[in-house]
Design a protein around this ligand. Structure first.
Ligand code: NAG
Ligand code: NAG
Ligand code: NAG
Length: 282
């Protein structure tokens, strides 16, 4: 009798200890700085990037699917392919359907169900000036809203942290392009204190070898607004393609944006296979 009750007490103590350890370690999870991956496989990459205890961003990337979330679970970006020539893209509160080279705004009342979205697209004439005005206004509204989401400032840090791994997964390509494009279209730069706190500037200085110096377009040597360099105007974002030289993918993407700033080739390059070395010709 005595020994069995001792055993019961011990097992209770063990259970309590295990519970305590679980609580402590899940607490630590939130405190850990930098990248934490929950899943890292060819099918899915999921995790969070914490800057500090209050600022962090979570992501989930699968084939034809990506989300960005606040650490509270609140959605910032949602992207889902709906078959081979269609996608749904939601930035904060504004939803869009892409189809071919165009995008249309989707009112909130339309449920986010592929079948409903397809039907909505089917019933909407895409090319009318009214549709275009609506797309433009709602996209601009989404960008204004993104400026109030502090987590967006972490996208470069997330993208760089994920590129650090020697095993580069194919499903991360669209994710890098999403990060790049959100920052570019909203013209958000990583604040200096965030960059320096996570050693981004030291790293890029080291990586800039001789080749980079020779071909760098930062001084606009061809007097063409640094065409082909990745980043907004003459600001070099070397984290996108590794240096400040000409990259055919960035060049072709810039051409698309010039031709049609609210076209989906400009706004959603990850759907069309953006790559540093290649992109669609608009
Ligand atoms: C986390 O970093 C952000 C951005 O620098 C800052 O505004 C915030 O106060 C920081 N939070 C903590 C708990 O240090
Ligand atoms: C779109 O509408 C047409 C007729 O208006 C119909 O034949 C077609 O099946 C619809 N397509 C989808 C995807 O709903
Ligand atoms: C790097 O990749 C390996 C698998 O190849 C994975 O286990 C690891 O978590 C990754 N680390 C980072 C920081 O991405």
């Amino acid at each position: 009798m005595a020994s069995s009750s001792t055993a019961a007490v011990i097992s209770m103590l063990l259970a309590a200890t295990a519970l305590y350890l679980m609580v402590v370690s899940s607490d630590c999870k939130h405190a850990v700085q930098g990248l934490r991956l929950e899943i890292y496989s060819a099918q899915e990459v999921k995790g969070c990037y914490n800057y500090n205890q209050t600022l962090g961003i979570c992501f989930d990337a699968r084939k034809g699917f990506m989300t960005l979330l606040k650490t509270t679970g609140e959605e910032i970006v949602f992207y889902q392919e709906l078959g081979s020539n269609m996608f749904y893209y939601k930035l904060i509160d504004q939803g869009f359907i892409g189809h071919g080279p165009s995008m249309i705004y989707v009112p909130d009342a339309i449920p986010r169900i592929p079948q409903e979205l397809r039907e909505f697209l089917n019933q909407t004439a895409e090319e009318t000036p009214t549709e275009f005005e609506s797309l433009k206004n709602h996209y601009q509204e989404a960008i204004r809203e993104l400026h109030n989401v502090a987590e967006i400032q972490l996208l470069e840090l997330v993208s760089v942290a994920l590129s650090d791994n020697s095993t580069q997964l194919e499903i991360l390509k669209p994710f890098h392009a999403l990060c790049f494009n959100l920052l570019k279209t909203s013209n958000i730069q990583t604040p200096v204190e965030l960059r320096s706190a996570h050693g981004l500037d030291d790293k890029t200085a080291d990586q800039h070898g001789e080749r980079t110096k020779r071909c760098s377009l930062t001084s606009d040597p061809h007097n063409n607004y640094c065409t082909g360099m990745c980043g907004p105007n003459c600001v070099c974002w070397d984290w996108v393609c590794g240096d400040c030289c000409h990259h055919q993918g960035c060049y072709l993407h810039d051409m698309c944006c010039e031709k049609s700033p609210y076209g989906s080739y400009c706004l959603v390059p990850f759907f069309y296979g953006f790559d540093c070395s290649s992109y669609v010709t608009c």
